[in-house]
Each structure stands twice: as C-alpha cells, then as structure tokens.
Design a protein around this ligand. Structure first.
Ligand SMILES: [Fe+2]
Length: 314
C-alpha cells in the first residue's frame, strides 16, 4: 500500500446533521469539513445522495459508520462494504472510519458498540479483517477507539498498545475520540493523560470531540452536550504530540441550532493555533488525495480557512 508521508489537515469540522443541512447549504459556513454518517445514505434507494453530493461539492467530507463490526465473528458483510465503497466514491470521502468494536453476532445487530478483548488472538483476527476491508474499500480503514463501560477479557494489553500494534500489522489509521478516552478512563480508573501520551500519534488522522453526561456512578457518552473541560485539556495534550490534526465535533442528541454547535467546535481553533503544523511523519490514507471532488488541495483550503478565522477572531 502506498504511504504518503504528508498530512491532510482538514481543520475543524462538524458531523452533518439533518436539521442543519438547509442552513449549511444556504449560509455556507466556513467549516473545514463535514463527517457524514455512512448508514444514513445506505440502503435508502438513493434518497439522501443528492444532499451528499451538494455538501461534497462545497466541503471536504469523510465517512463515519457504525455497522462494520470489525470485531465480530460473523463474516464480513460484502454487500454492505460494496455499498460503502460506492458511497465513498460518490462523496469523494477523504477517508472512511468505523469503530474498533463488535456490534452483533449471527446477523443480529445489538446496536451497541461492544468492546473487544485486547489480546493476541483478537489482534491477529481483527488485523486480517482490517486489511480485507481496506482492499474492498480501495482505501485504508480508519478505526475509532470506543467508549466502554466494562473491560472485555482479562490479561489484556492497554488500548493504546493494542491500537498501535493493530495499525502496524494492518496499515490502518486512527480516529481518536478524546471524549471516549476520558469516559473510558474515568469508568475504568485509567489515567487518561497516560493514554494520550502512549497512543501512536503518527497514526492519528482525525479527532472526535463530544459531550458526555455524568450519571454519578459512571459517565455516559451521550454526544448531547458541550465538550467537558478535561476533554479539552486532553485534546491540547494530544495536539502537542500530533500537531494540527483534523478535528470534528459530534453532537447527535438534543441537537441545538447550527450556530451553537459550530461555536463549540470552533473552540478547537485556539488549541490548534498553539500546536505545530501537522507532523510530517503522519501516515495519510492512500487514495485520500485522489478522492476529492473539490478543487485545489484540501490542506491549503483548510489552512486558508483557519487563517481567515484567526484574522476574524484577532
Ligand atoms: Fe466518536
């Protein structure tokens, strides 16, 4: 597989939500990129694809799915993957991500993202599947660290170590969800800062930020609130290792008006301003550069937007 030793920093983006589409198309806010939820545009008989194409004409896009179930013992769903590859081509998605988890077995989807045991057999099994998926998609797979409420298995390696070994074995990239790191760390009594310090920084191509809810006994990953202070701190800590990396706010529940969500996402601009430019060593998904529908280079466009924002903010 082709390694580009350069980075694609798309700036600060948002997950595209249905209630915001009309606003975005009418006002064309200076969002760095939009993340599209893959399943929203699959199995719909073409409904929604017009929206995908209109957004993709205006903004860089990435695809994010929840149904891949890379850790399941079921065979890979080839029909799902073929449709996903087609959606990636239509949208010119810079990359395709899903979660490191399993979501069901024997064809039943539990609709939960369940954690995997981070042991050697799982590493080998998931690594083979990651490579197979990348072959079908024609682009590397980007995997997101899940939030978890229990630890699967015992005698397992720490999640950052598992992710690093998986990336090396299967040539995949990481979508690091900082809120998930924080939620899992608090729920399991793990040191979140140490997690950030040991993640393979050169594999991180995208960050997720999101809000959670404190239920007293544990934190719940709700995606329905502002980003918590400790999560912002961890984000800054990560940027010191990765340099500026494509950063996206997820807000999926009790979604406020667009301007509220975008103002929250733009807090990331200040953190990025004090970070170094993206690391030269970052592994960028092969094919990322030829998937774009928009003209010019996405990095240059993102830099321009970032600078305009700073000029406006100063
Ligand atoms: Fe996420």
């Amino acid at each position: 597989m082709n390694h580009h030793h350069e980075s694609i920093d798309l700036g600060v983006g948002l997950g595209l939500r249905g209630r915001h589409v009309a606003h975005v198309l009418d006002h064309r806010p200076e969002v760095g990129f939009f993340e599209l939820l893959s399943e929203n545009y699959m199995g719909t008989g073409g409904r929604g694809l017009e929206t995908v194409e209109r957004i993709a004409d205006l903004y860089p896009t990435v695809l994010h799915g929840v149904s891949l179930s890379i850790g399941s013992s079921d065979p890979l769903d080839r029909a799902y993957l073929a449709e996903l590859a087609d959606l990636a081509d239509r949208s010119g998605a810079r990359w395709v991500s899903d979660h490191l988890c399993w979501t069901g077995v024997d064809g039943r989807n539990t609709h939960d993202l369940l954690p995997l045991p981070y042991d050697e057999p799982t590493l080998a099994y998931v690594g083979d599947r990651v490579r197979a998926v990348a072959d079908i998609l024609g682009r590397p797979l980007v995997l997101e660290n899940p939030s978890s409420y229990f630890v699967a298995g015992s005698g397992c390696m720490p999640e950052p170590e598992f992710l690093g070994r998986l990336c090396d074995a299967a040539d995949c990239r990481l979508l690091l969800d900082i809120n998930n790191v924080y939620v899992s760390a608090v729920n399991h009594g793990i040191d979140a800062a140490h997690y950030i310090d040991t993640i393979p920084a050169d594999r991180v191509v995208q960050v997720h930020l999101a809000g959670h809810r404190d239920l007293g006994t544990h934190l719940l990953d709700t995606h329905g609130d502002f980003v918590a202070g400790p999560v912002w701190d961890l984000y800054g800590r990560l940027l010191a290792r990765t340099g500026r990396v494509s950063t996206l706010l997820e807000w999926d529940a009790e979604i406020p008006p667009f301007d509220v969500v975008w103002a929250e996402a733009r807090k990331a601009v200040d953190y990025r301003a004090v970070a170094s430019p993206a690391s030269d060593a970052r592994h960028v998904p092969a094919g990322a550069m030829d998937g774009g529908r928009t003209g010019g280079t996405p990095e240059a466009a993102a830099d321009d937007r970032e600078e305009r924002r700073h000029a406006a903010a100063a």
